[in-house]
Ligand binder design. Sequence first.
Ligand code: CA
Length: 235
Amino acid sequence: MSNCADSRPKVLVIEDEETLLFTLKHNLKREGYNVFAAARGDDGLRLAREQHPDLIVLDLMLPGIDGMQLCRLLRRDTDVPIIMVTALGGEGDRVAGLDCGADDYVAKPFGMRELMARIRALLRRSGARTTPDAGPPVVTSGDLELDRERREVRLDGIPMKMKPKEMDLLLFFAQHRGRVLSREQILDEVWGYDFYGGPRTVDVHVRWIRQKIEADAAHPTRLRTVRGSGYLFEG
Ligand code: CA
């Protein structure tokens, strides 16, 4: 089957630890990425040149060519985002990893959720599409317009005043209209992995948003609570 029409971001994983490679592939596929994998540095370099991935997850200690050298070689002809993964967590290694041109760094053992969030953040920064279903740029719900391109929410054509996080959250709901989103998923996507607030943060922001977009915030029809699961923007 041809990959020509595949719009999913391509992620290349170069990792020689079999179990970790398996887990990484599984998680990346579940997140909707088009995943390529290599267990050796030289194979990884070849795949990187053939496939032009949108992001590379790169282990430091590898057979063939090690991660550091591979990173330098890649940097000669591409600025693809690279996340370095390594068992060596010392500051010296971290600096060396970033010095050779890696964009980010995680030390083993690391949480998959954290790595996935870092990948999304890097892809966002590099301008690649972070999700295969980005959705329409403007979502309309009656007299309400959610404009993701202009980062604007309009009621009867008039832009509404919103705090940046309220805007982020509402536009995130608009992007996933009709889908139930868990608080954890929302925290992860809208606030990011480095945010230490709890799920209550989401509830509070939802309440603020409802006061702005619902006719009756106590009985919401647009942004609904799905008991035990999270929130659903029906629009
Ligand atoms: Ca290794």
